[in-house]
Write a protein that binds this ligand. Structure first.
Ligand code: ADE
Length: 420
């Protein structure tokens, strides 16, 4: 095997291939792009280093980039999200250099990022901005070759905008997250379903009647609140933004500070993009048996060192469920080490929604190859025409037709003279 790699076990590759093909059935938009890429080769010879969750859906994105002529390398964007069979299949079935092992430690995680950068990428593809951060801090020698990067997630876009504001962004970035066909669907319906899926797979709790606290009412939090309510949970929203809090109230949820919610709830989920949202004083107030998890990009949303320091005993109850016994005698249960619970304990967002996210990624790479030299070193949106086209293709793949405006309606909309 002369494909560079560090994966758990290459013998898992055939199983990984079957699961990648299964996911592909639900990714018709990406598939169409892959078919066109195979004909036109818009990424011919372009070196792409991707730092993504290594899942079946990412497997199909890698296939698409390779079909387009790219030399793609992939490493994990989270220590706990890798699907080891997919990582194996990427290496042995699809010839993609892959550096990802589920459960890898901190040192291995960063060694894998470094390994991906050894491909001397012309495009960096991030989910959380760790790769680009490593380029700007430790591998500035690579910058002259890079034409641009893409970013998948809200947290990464926030980091990149901060780099732009601080004058340290050294090449243009396409914020895939900001496409409407990404965040309105992936963040809301993808995170909504897969987070609830992760909590249930880890614990097998009954959602019906449970009091669940959703910290953060962005698109991801809305999705979790919606799906938890759909299963009969009693949802409490915790927010710091007045408008979002008001929306949550009018969407029919209880809204209160975390200090109040801590006393009454059974399950806690953080999706804020911020740090130390649940802290020592909140753990102390929680009921015996409270379940705590995070579905935001980084595990810093939970003060885990604080929880460790409060606990007098710990044990692993079942996979992804760790019990922390507090001095007050109560037991709290942390899921998936506070890592993204939807990817740690479940399989991440379903393929049907990643179809649109990764269609945006593939088309963003094509856009960068065509336009990067003329783009400012800023964070750019996905072109609106690309966003519309992805929605059109998705609807068509679902067999759904929509109306078009009549000429009279087009004219009416562009005129101001006509009133009542
Ligand atoms: N982020 C959330 N779900 C994902 C998935 N299934 N694949 C890749 N990235 C993801």
């Amino acid at each position: 095997m002369n494909i560079a790699h560090d994966v758990k076990d290459l013998s898992l590759a055939p199983a990984g291939r079957l699961r990648i093909e299964w996911a592909d059935r639900a990714m018709p938009v990406l598939r169409q792009i892959r078919d066109r890429f195979a004909q036109e080769k818009p990424l011919r010879g372009i070196r792409i280093a991707a730092c993504l969750h290594v899942t079946t859906e990412t497997g199909n994105l890698m296939r698409t980039l390779v079909a387009g002529g790219a030399e793609a390398t992939v490493c994990a964007s989270n220590p706990l999200s890798t699907q080891d069979d997919v990582a194996a299949a990427l290496v042995s079935e699809y010839g993609v250099p892959t550096f990802a092992i589920k459960g890898e430690d901190h040192e291995t995680y960063y060694r894998h990022l470094s390994a991906a950068l050894e491909s001397h990428p012309q495009i960096t593809m991030d989910d959380g901005a760790d790769l680009v951060t490593m380029v700007f801090s430790k591998r500035q020698d690579l910058i002259p070759d890079v034409i641009g990067g893409t970013e998948e997630t809200t947290t990464g876009v926030i980091r990149l905008k901060s780099m732009e504001a601080n004058g340290v962004l050294k090449y243009p970035i396409v914020a895939v997250n900001d496409a409407q066909t990404k965040h309105l669907f992936d963040n809301r319906y993808g995170t909504g379903q897969s987070t609830v899926d992760g909590i249930i797979r880890a614990t097998n709790i009954l959602m019906s009647g449970a009091r669940i606290v959703v910290c953060g009412y962005g698109w991801c939090g809305r999705g979790v609140a919606l799906r938890a309510r759909g299963l009969g949970a009693r949802v409490i929203v915790v927010e710091v933004d007045h408008i979002k809090a008001l929306e949550a109230v009018m969407d029919g949820y209880d809204v209160m500070p975390i200090g109040e919610a801590a006393k009454v709830a059974d399950v806690f989920v953080t999706l804020t993009g911020n740090k130390n949202v649940i802290r020592k004083e909140h753990y102390r107030a929680m009921k015996d048996g409270a379940i705590i998890c995070n579905s935001g990009h980084f595990n810093v949303e939970l003060d885990i060192p604080g929880l460790e320091s409060l606990s007098v005993a710990q044990r692993q109850i079942r996979p992804f469920v760790r019990e922390y016994r507090l001095a007050n005698g109560r037991a709290l249960f942390l899921l998936g080490e506070g890592r993204l619970i939807n990817l740690a304990a479940a399989e991440g967002h379903p393929a049907a929604v990643m179809d649109m996210s990764f269609a945006n990624q593939a088309l963003a790479c094509e856009f960068l190859v065509r336009n990067a030299r003329s783009l400012e070193k800023r964070v750019h949106g996905v072109p609106a025409s690309v966003d519309q086209e992805i929605a059109r293709l998705k609807l068509a793949s679902m067999g759904i037709q929509i109306d078009a405006m009549t000429d009279e309606q087009v004219e009416y909309q562009s005129s101001w003279q006509e009133g009542t």
